[in-house]
Structure formats: C-alpha cells, structure tokens
Design a protein around this ligand. Structure first.
Ligand SMILES: *[C@@H]1O[C@H](CO)[C@@H](O)[C@H](O)[C@H]1NC(C)=O
Ligand SMILES: *[C@@H]1O[C@H](CO)[C@@H](O)[C@H](O)[C@H]1NC(C)=O
Ligand SMILES: *[C@@H]1O[C@H](CO)[C@@H](O)[C@H](O)[C@H]1NC(C)=O
Length: 979
C-alpha cells in the first residue's frame, strides 16, 4: 500500500500536466479571440456576447468557434452573417491550430495587407466574401501550402491579380467575382492545377484572353467568367477540361470559331457563350457531351447549320437566337425527351418546323420568330400541355392553326403575326385564362371573335389587324379589364361597338380603322384616361363627335376620317395636344374651331363640304354664305351665351367663395396627422401666386406663413383633368406618409379634400430641394463635402427605414435629388410619395411587376425599365445616382456627358479608366464638383462614397448593397476608429 501511493501521485501528476497543456492552449486561444473581439471588431447585434472566459469549455463552446474534439484546439472561426464590422482581423490567425476562417457577409472594410495575411499561411480555407474590403489584393508568400479555398468575392478589391497567387499548390476554389479588379486575367492561373472552381465573373478587367493552357486544370468543374472583358479566341486546350460541369464565358468579346475540342468536355452540363463575337460554324463535335442540359450561344455571329450532333443531345434548353444560322432545324431535335426551351429567333433558318416538335418533351417556350420558316405548324406542339410562350412571328408559316392548339390552356403569350396562316382560329384559342398577349395580325385568318373571349381575363394586348375577321365585336370583350392595346384594324368587322367598351379603363390604344363598324362613337369616354391613340377611320360611323374626347388629356392621336360623322367639330378637342388629328371625309359642318383653323390642319378637315372657316382656303367662308338674319341671330345668341356664361361664372364663383369663406365644413374632408395649430381656411387663403414656390408633376406648392408664426408648405394637386391619377397620388401620399415617422422623411401635417380640390400640408423645408441647390440657377446654399456626406447618410437612413423597418416594405420609386428636401440646417428629408409602392410580401423575392414604369429619366434602374419589375434594389440604383450627383455636382443627364451617356456611364468610365489615377486622386479630380471648398474635402471619404455609389448603380440588382448596408458603411466611414 505504502508503495503504491507515490505511484498514484505520479500518475495524477502526469494527468495534471496533460490537463495544463490543454487548458493552457485553449486559454491562449480564448485570449486571442477576446482580444480581437474587444479591440478590433464592432458587434452591434451582440452575436459574440457569449465570448466570456468563464464559459464552461471556453472557447470551444463560443458562438462561431469549433474545436478539434480530441485536442480541444480551435480549428474554425465562422462569423458569417454576424453583422460585425472593423478591419480585417488577421490576429485570428495567431491561433496556430486554426484551419478555417469564414468572415463572409459582414461589414468589414479597408485593405487586406500582405503583412496581415502572412499570419494566415496555415489556413485551409479563407472566406472574406461579401464585405467592403478594398485596395489591391494582398501578396501571398510561398508558405500557403495547405490553402484549398480562397473566397474574396463581392468586395471592392481593385488592381491586378498578383503573381504570388500562383503560390497555392493545393488551391481548389478561387472566387474573386464581383469586385473591381481591373488588371488582366493572368496566364499563370493555369498552373493552379488542383482548382475545381475558378470564379472571376463581373470584374472590369482589362481586355485579356483566356489562359492558353487553361486545359491543364483537369479537375476544374466550374469556369465562371461572364463579364470579364475576355477577348481573342477560345483556346483549343479548353477541351481538356474533362471534369468541367459549367462553362460560362458569356458577355465578353471572344472571337473566332468555337473550337472542335469542345467535344472533349465530357462532364459538361451547361455551356454559356452568349453575347460574344464568335463566328463561323458550330463544330459537329457534340456527340460525347451526353450530360449537357443547356447550350446558349445566342447573340454571336455564327453561320451555317445546327449540327446534328448538337440537335441530338437531350438538352433542356437550346438558345441560338441572334446569329446568322441557316438551314432547317434537324428533325432529330423533336425526339429530345427533355427540351423545354427553344430560342432560335433572329436567324436565317428555313424549311418546315420539325413535324413532331412538342410530342416527346414538355415544351414550355418556343421562339423562332424572324426567320424564313414555311409550311404548317407542328400538329402536336402543345401535346404535353406545358407550352406558355408561342412566338413565331415574321416567318412564312402557312395552313391553319391546328384544332389541337385550342387545348393548350397553358399559353400566356402568343405572337404569331406576319405569317401566312389561314382558316378560322379555334374558339378556345381566344380564351385561355392565363393569356396576356394575343398577336395574330397580318395573316389570312377569318371567322369571328367568340363570346368565350371573356375567359381571357388577363389579356392586355389583342392585336389582330390585317386579317379577314368579320361579324360583330362581342360585348364580352368588356370583361377584359386589363386590355391596354386593342388593334382590330383592316378586317371585316361590322355592326356597332358594344356600348360597354367605355368601361375598359386601361385602354391605351384603340385602333379599329378599315372595318365596317357602324353606329355612333361612344359618348361618355372619360374613363379612357390612359388612351393615347384612337383610330376609327375608314368605317361607317355616324352621329356627332363626342365633346368628351376633349377630356382625354393624354390622347395624342385621333383619326376619325372617312366615316359619316356629322355636326360640328367640338371646341373641346382643341384642348388636346394632338400629333395626329384627322376628321376629313365626313359630313361635318359649321365653323372650324379656332385651334384647328390653320393651314397645318387643312388636309385633316377636307372632304367635309359644310365645314367653313373665316379665312382658311379653300374652305368656304362662314359669314358670307349666310344670310344677314342668320348672322343677326348668330350674334344675338353669342351675346346671350356670353351673358348666361358670365352669370353662371359669377354664380359658381360666389358658390366657391361661399365654400371657401363660410365655415361650412361638411363638404371638406380633413385629416390631421400631427398636432396642428391652424385650420384649413388659413391655409386656403394663402394659396396665391405670390406664395407659389414650385410647380411639379403632381401639383403646385405654396409657402404659407401662419398667424402662429409657423411656416408650412401646402401642395395643391392638379385637378383630375390635368393629372388623371391625381386621386391615387393623393391617397398614396396620405396612406404612406400618414403612417410613417422618420427624421429623414417629410412630415405630412394635414390633408384636405373637397370635390376636385386636393391639398396636402407639410412641414416647410427652408432650403428647397437638393436638386435645386445642386443644379439650380440660383445656386442656393453652397454645400461643401461634409454637408454632402451628411445628406447622403440622412437619405440612406430614410430609405433604409422604408425598405427594412416598414412592414411591409415601401419602395419609393421616384428617388431623385428633386425629391430630397433640405431644412434650415440642410438636413435632408425624402418627399413626394405619390408613386410609392407598398410591397406585398407574398413569395420571398419581393418583386412586383408594374403596369408602367414610373420614375425619372436618368434615375431609373436598367432592369426596371426592361422588365417593369420593381424591387427595393431599383430604389438603391436611383440612390446611387443621387450619390454621383453629390460627388460631381452634375445632374444625371448633363449635356457634357455626350451622346447616350448618363452620369453613371460617365463616372464609371472616368473611375475605371486608370486605377492608378484614382489612387492619386487624379481621376477623382475630374469627377469632383469644383464648387466645393478643397480644404474641406476628405478624399478618402469621397473615394469610399464613390465606391458605394458604383456598387449601388451596378447593372445587376444582386450586386447592389441593401440600404441598411449602405448606412452601416457610411457610419463606419464617418469615423475612422471603432467604438
Ligand atoms: C459547453 O459544452 C459542454 C460539453 O461539451 C456542455 O455540457 C455545456 O452545456 C456547453 N454549454 C455551456 C454554456 O457551457
Ligand atoms: C500542412 O498540412 C500538413 C498536414 O496536415 C501539416 O503537417 C503542415 O504543417 C501544414 N503546413 C502548413 C504550412 O501549415
Ligand atoms: C507554370 O507552370 C509552367 C509549367 O510547369 C512553368 O514553366 C511556369 O514557370 C509556371 N509559372 C509560374 C508563374 O510559376
């Protein structure tokens, strides 16, 4: 027993020593982690709050930390999405056991220096993506022997990819996409032979060619290089990439032929070569690419035929549109069991469409428009009932529309105009419930529009001109409330227009010329508020021209010629701003209204024998042909009219006066949003010309000084005749501004409505709009850089509130310097919510398709203009434009930018023309507003704001930061130290 004790002691001692080592090392790790946390990171969400020494099992139990289960040493730090900020915390790498460091999706800023990164040579993976790092990429020493993943994507790194990036013998993933790299794509990348992913997309690289020896990367699975300024040929060695699954070289300027060797990509699933300058014929070398699902070589200069070996692959989609391809589509394509998308438009294809197309696969989209296809439509194109897009226009396709197409209820978009189709259209073909667009014009189709068309509730465009359709227009057409464009012209329609047609409130174009319509022109047309074009010419309409046409204020095209219309030309029509006005060849009579009494309109008036004019030759003169008694009666009645008119006017005036002056408030609907010490009469009395301070799209704005000493701004909206959406604008302002409160959003005090009179009263902003201050002639206050920065931050905060704190989020849709108002201290507030959109949060992408683009020229995001999809990212784009205005002092469409250039293009070119220059502030000086006091400019801050502006105005919405991120970034930049 006595012998045993020391042994036991020894055993215990050894165990203790061992424990000490473990505890010692984890203590050191913990100490390092805490030091970084406390001195180098800002953690606004408190994600790292559990990093405290007293935790059991520290630091392995801490959020974001993982340890090796045996040694209890820290092996991974993962702070992805923690919202932390600060500079690159390289000190984490002082933990020698650390293998994986993931700091992605945070708000880290500043450069990543070669010195700091050199601490990290023992890492296996380093992920810094989606932060705001900038400056050059760091140099890497030769010690990074074990690094397999390097992800610097979604940052603002500039300059070259350093030569030391070759020092990664084990690197598998290199992701540098979505930065501002502007060097070239180096050849040495082909030495990184362990790479499985090489992702450099979306960088403004200098023109460079693909590494000639790219084929050495035989383990590569993803080669992702769209928008990287690649030029020259695709090297033959590409065919050696036997593991490659995705080849994306789209959106570059690659030239030459697609190499034969492409047939070696035996694992490839997707090939994207669209938007390049590739030419020559497609190689007939695809037969081994049996995994290929998507092939897109559209928008190149390819010629000759589609090779059989490509057509016989089981592709899901084949896109070859916008080339110069010719010949027939190989029949074998119709046997493909997977094909769902086929885009061959804008080529020179000919022959008939494969007979069995659609039989064997779930075809969803086919667009072969603008080719020379002929012969019949494939009988079974919609056999699987999945077809949505049928686009065949501008070909020579003949025969009838097969009866089977009547069962294709999945169709939403049909454009088969400009062909040689004949016979009747299957009745159901008019009436699919999801149909949005039906264009079948310029064929030889006949028959009538069936009442069943009422089922196509979503139809916006019905364009069927240039056929032989006949019979009456069924009144069921009035159920199609979305109809915007109706073109039935050059057909054989007859009978009267259904009177309910006046209820189609979204009509923009109604063209029924050259038919045999008869009856009167609808009289009460005031609901056609969006109508810009009305063509009833060459029909058999009779009766009078309705005066109410004069109330359609956006109408610019009015043709009623060649009918049997009688009566006088209503004076009201002269109020319209018409580009086209034609009432010739009718039975009109009386005096030509003064507004049309000009030589310019003569041809529009001819062919009406009873129309007269005091002086317009050769129209008969009104007075001379009429006997004196008639004249007297005329004069007398004019006098009488004037008298009655003035009496009426007086009556109305006094009535109005009564309404304004008396305290009869019943008819006024008034809503107060804040405590106000005034009443509407006091405001109304001040809406006079001398108080007018601005006239805008939605109305007039007056400055109103109240007895209480307070000054407010009152906006009187245009009447409905001037602004048809007046009511909606009013409602939107009231609904949005009435329920939100933010220091950077204008305060609505008060609203007031009475019949056609709508008024909104806001807090008064002494310094007017930012647009006026920056670009106005008067100049206004001079904004030096610190004030401009404060304005940028304030606007960003207001917008972040709308986008992220309001539930559901609000998209302003008209962010521009004229809608940013400045108070006495030049603090900014967002105004004008008449076009704002509250997003419905169904679905997670939060985007909505609008029926028309609102917003202001120069501020509209490119994708919004094209797709009409509105997202918060469209506002971010407009905000980016405002930032560029603040930096440059120029308006977004300043004439000095030159042809087709806006501020975004101008600044982007200046900023990227020479990155060294940006460093030296030279390029910056070309952009900076010279009116700013140079000594007050913080160049460093300007550069950062410029970087934010450039990412806000990225073409791709996903590359734009959220407003919340912008705010965080600005805040970081406004003070150099953290905490
Ligand atoms: C830490 O880890 C230990 C064991 O691994 C566990 O029992 C404990 O609940 C964990 N949590 C805390 C807060 O200590
Ligand atoms: C690389 O990994 C090996 C094996 O895990 C290790 O022995 C070596 O020390 C590591 N090298 C570096 C530079 O960390
Ligand atoms: C790339 O590899 C080739 C062939 O092994 C070699 O000759 C060349 O020096 C390497 N390039 C660099 C920059 O290391």
């Amino acid at each position: 027993m006595a012998f045993r004790k020391p042994f036991l002691f020894l055993l215990k001692f050894c165990f203790f020593i061992n424990m000490m080592q473990i505890v010692g090392s984890s203590n050191r790790d913990a100490a390092i982690l805490l030091r970084v946390k406390n001195s180098q990171l800002d953690d606004p969400l408190g994600k790292l709050d559990d990093w405290v020494e007293t935790t059991h099992n520290a630091p392995c139990n801490w959020t974001g930390i993982s340890c090796d289960p045996q040694t209890l040493k820290v092996v991974s730090i993962n702070l992805s999405n923690f919202n932390v900020s600060g500079n690159f915390p390289a000190d984490f790498c002082r933990i020698l056991s650390l293998q994986n460091l993931n700091l992605s999706n945070n708000n880290l800023v500043g450069p990543v220096t070669s010195d700091s990164i050199s601490l990290c040579s023992h890492l296996l993976s380093l992920n810094l993506s989606s932060n705001y790092f900038d400056g050059n990429l760091p140099e890497f020493s030769t010690k990074f022997l074990n690094l397999t993943l390097l992800d610097f994507s979604f940052n603002s790194f500039t300059g070259e990819i350093p030569g030391t990036f070759v020092n990664f013998p084990k690197l598998q993933i290199l992701a540098l996409f979505s930065n501002l790299l502007n060097g070239s794509i180096p050849e040495f990348l082909s030495n990184l032979t362990e790479l499985t992913r090489l992702e450099l997309a979306y960088n403004p690289f200098r023109q460079s060619s693909l590494p000639v020896n790219i084929g050495r990367l035989t383990k590569l699975q993803n080669l992702w290089l769209p928008l990287t300024n690649l030029t020259g040929k695709i090297p033959d060695s590409i065919g050696n990439l036997v593991s490659l699954k995705n080849l994306d070289l789209s959106n570059n300027t690659l030239t030459g032929k697609i190499p034969e060797s492409i047939g070696g990509l035996k694992s490839v699933e997707q090939i994207e070569l669209y938007k390049n300058q590739l030419f020559g014929e497609l190689p007939d070398a695809f037969s081994n690419l049996t995994s290929l699902l998507r092939f897109d070589a559209s928008e190149n200069n390819l010629t000759r035929k589609i090779p059989e070996s490509l057509a016989s692959l089981p592709l899901e989609s084949l896109n070859l549109n916008d080339n110069s391809l010719e010949g027939a589509i190989p029949d074998i394509l119709a046997l493909n069991p997977k094909l769902n998308t086929l885009n061959l438009y804008n080529n020179r294809f000919s022959g008939t469409l494969p007979r069995n197309l659609g039989m064997n696969s779930e075809l969803e989209e086919i667009d072969v428009s603008n080719n020379s296809f002929e012969g019949p439509l494939p009988q079974n194109l919609c056999y699987r009932k999945k077809l949505q897009l049928l686009v065949l226009f501008e070909n020579r396709i003949s025969g009838s529309i097969p009866e089977s197409y009547g069962d294709c209820s999945s169709l939403t978009y049909v454009r088969i105009q400009n062909n040689e189709l004949s016979g009747t259209v299957p009745e159901e073909f008019w009436s699919f419930s999801g149909l949005e667009r039906l264009e079948i014009s310029d064929n030889k189709l006949e028959g009538s529009i069936p009442p069943a068309i009422s089922n196509a509730k979503g139809l916006t465009q019905l364009v069927i001109f240039g056929n032989n359709f006949s019979d009456k227009l069924p009144s069921e057409i009035c159920y199609l409330h979305e109809l915007a464009i109706v073109d039935l012209s050059v057909n054989q329609f007859s009978g009267e227009l259904p009177s309910c047609i006046i209820n189609l409130t979204k009509l923009q174009r109604l063209d029924i010329h050259e038919n045999m319509f008869t009856g009167a022109i609808p009289k009460t047309v005031s609901l056609w508020r969006d109508l810009t074009e009305l063509d009833f010419s060459h029909n058999r309409f009779f009766g009078e021209i309705p005066a109410e046409l004069g109330s359609l204020l956006v109408l610019t095209y009015l043709d009623l010629s060649w009918n049997s219309i009688s009566g006088e030309i209503p004076e009201e029509l002269t109020k319209l701003k018409l580009n086209k006005f034609n009432v010739s060849n009718n039975r009109l009579e009386g005096k030509v209204p003064l507004g049309f009494n000009a030589n310019f309109y003569l041809s529009s008036l001819m062919g009406n024998p009873d129309l007269c004019s005091p002086d317009l030759k050769p129209l008969p003169t009104c007075s001379r042909s009429k006997p004196v008694s008639f004249m007297l009666v005329g004069i007398l009645s004019v006098i009488a009219l004037i008298l009655i008119g003035s009496l009426l006017w007086l009556l109305i005036k006094t009535k109005k006066f009564v309404a304004f002056g008396s305290k009869n408030k019943q008819s006024w609907k008034i809503t107060s949003f804040q405590q106000v010490r005034f009443n509407e009469e006091e405001v109304l009395a001040s809406l006079t010309n001398e108080n007018l301070i601005g006239t805008g799209r939605s109305g007039r704005v007056y400055q109103v000084k109240l007895k209480s000493g307070q000054t407010v701004a009152a906006k009187r909206l245009w009447e409905v005749v001037r602004l048809p959406e007046s009511e909606r604008v009013f409602q939107l302002e009231v609904e949005t501004l009435g329920r939100i409160r933010h220091a950077n959003i204008i305060k609505l005090l008060f609203s007031c409505i009475h019949e056609d009179f709508r008024m909104l009263v806001y807090e008064y902003m002494e310094n007017g709009s930012l647009g006026d201050v920056l670009h106005g002639e008067k100049g206004g206050v001079l904004l030096d850089w610190p004030r401009r920065f404060a304005i940028a931050l304030g606007v960003a905060q207001g917008m972040a509130y709308l986008h992220h704190d309001c539930v559901p989020p609000i998209v302003h849709r008209d962010i521009k310097s004229n809608n940013i108002l400045l108070d006495k201290e030049c603090r900014p507030k967002l105004a004008d919510f008449g076009f704002a959109k509250t997003m419905q949060q169904d679905g997670n992408d939060c985007e909505q398709v609008m029926s028309s683009v609102v917003g202001s020229y120069g501020y509209i995001a490119p994708e919004y203009a094209h797709t009409m999809k509105v997202t918060v990212k469209s506002d971010v784009y407009s905000f980016g434009v405002v930032l560029l205005e603040l930096i440059s002092g120029k308006s977004p469409n300043h004439s000095s930018f030159g042809e087709n250039k806006d501020i975004v293009k101008w600044v982007t070119e200046a900023a990227f023309s020479n990155q060294e220059q940006v460093k030296e502030n030279v390029a910056l000086d070309q952009i900076l507003d010279i009116r700013m006091n140079p000594s007050a400019i913080e160049y460093h801050q300007v550069k950062r704001v410029l970087n934010v502006a450039l990412s806000c105005t990225s073409e791709l919405p996903t590359n734009r930061p959220s407003m919340r991120r912008v705010v965080e970034l600005f805040k970081l930049h406004s003070s150099t130290h953290i905490k």
